[in-house]
Design a protein around this ligand. Structure first.
Ligand SMILES: Cc1ncc(COP(=O)(O)O)c(C=O)c1O
Length: 370
């Protein structure tokens, strides 16, 4: 089986993790936390990094630290992982859905303004499958309406907009280091920001609101701490980040070349202003292919090729089909998101894949044609 993704731990991960074990610094204090925060935030060109336990906790932490909560609305793309909606709901605010762009698969900046109300506090820009959102347009709208912008960079480490790295283009940006991400700590996340006061607040909330005198709390926080062991992995991974991002782009380029002459699939794009890091190489199955997405995926499984479906839009989530006022209003039409769900899947995209494996994937993909 050629898997969709496997971690590659080919740096100093083992050495740094063993250092944690040998020195007994295995919990959430220790030198690697700070070293990882510093190295990763520097790579992204952002002043402060606050490591935490997951990408999900990073988003929740960022929302709460920005003061977003009950009575507020946050604009999120309809086509995203459910985490985007859940984190907003956890904060007490309500997610408001916006359809996505049919080329970048990211939140459609042209549809944002019609969703803004007096309650809107923030726009969450989720960089999808490695392609960045149109941050120039999003930030311009946010400026005019006095809104925060949050970036969800879970799938886009190293992606760029006009030569500037994602993660540095908003009030607070959130990364995931889950096992299938471009950099991984097994489980883990980080919030980046340029503002020192916000960074202090993120650190306070990450750690149960512990202040002096100890055990007397003025704010309600969370245990969203990262362990020194995870941070040790993260430091080793970040030392290799340039090569990892280039490898992802190489995989994208090879797939683009191998699939260039066919018309049965719509391929991912790279806008002239964007650097796509092809976290996962997604394709849409066109009608001419003769198989549905699901039929294609199960045929490929039988041929030893692992794939994953694109995300199910928030507007179609059974969990949100209730009149619970915390949940997003799912009654609108989101044709692009629904089309992506119906036709989208991604191919094996792990950092360890060789050219001959990519050729095998494409050969088997094309051989499925009905
Ligand atoms: C777009 C997006 N946001 C957030 C997350 C959440 O990250 P985590 O799994 O680390 O909580 C993920 C991935 O898992 C993701 O793909």
């Amino acid at each position: 089986m050629i898997h969709v993704c496997e971690p590659v731990l080919d740096g100093l991960e083992k050495k740094y993790v063993m250092d944690c074990v040998e020195t007994n610094w295995i919990s959430s204090a220790g030198k690697y936390i700070h070293l990882f925060e510093e190295k990763f935030s520097q790579y992204c060109g952002v002043a402060y990094g606050v490591a935490c336990s997951s990408g999900t906790s990073a988003i929740h932490l960022a929302l709460v630290a920005l003061g977003i909560g009950p009575g507020d609305e946050v604009l999120i793309p309809d086509f995203t992982l459910i985490v985007s909606a859940n984190a907003v709901i956890l904060s007490g605010a309500r997610p408001v859905l916006v359809d996505v762009d049919c080329e970048t698969w990211c939140i459609d900046a042209d549809q944002i303004e019609e969703k803004i109300t007096p309650r809107t506090k923030a726009i969450m820009a989720v960089h999808m499958y490695g392609h960045p959102c149109d941050m120039e347009a999003i930030c311009e709208i946010a400026r005019r309406h006095n809104l925060y912008v949050l970036e969800d960079c879970a799938e886009a480490h190293g992606a760029e907009v006009n030569g500037i790295k994602v993660g540095s283009l908003s009030d607070a940006s959130c990364f995931s280091f889950y096992g299938n991400k471009i950099l991984t700590t097994g489980e883990g996340g980080m919030v980046l920001c340029q503002d020192e006061t916000l960074a202090q607040r993120l650190r306070l909330l990450r750690n149960q609101g512990f202040q002096e005198p100890r055990f007397v709390h003025e704010v309600m926080g969370f245990n969203y701490r990262m362990t020194n062991i995870q941070a040790a992995m993260g430091l080793a991974q970040t030392e290799m980040v340039v090569g990892k991002v280039e490898r992802k782009r190489w995989i994208g380029k090879i797939y683009n070349e191998l699939l260039a002459d066919q018309t049965d699939f719509t391929l991912p794009i790279e806008k002239p202003w964007a650097k796509n890091v092809y976290w996962m190489y997604g394709i849409l199955v066109n009608k001419s292919f003769g198989l549905t997405k699901d039929e294609l995926m199960s045929t490929l499984t039988k041929k030893g090729i692992d794939t994953r479906s694109f995300f199910c839009p928030m507007s179609l989530q059974p969990v949100f089909k209730s009149d619970d006022h915390r949940f997003p209003d799912t009654s609108g039409a989101y044709p692009v998101s629904v089309d992506l769900w119906n036709r989208g899947l991604y191919l094996p995209s792990g950092l360890g894949l060789t050219r001959s494996q990519l050729e095998e994937v494409v050969e088997k993909l094309l051989s499925c044609k009905a």
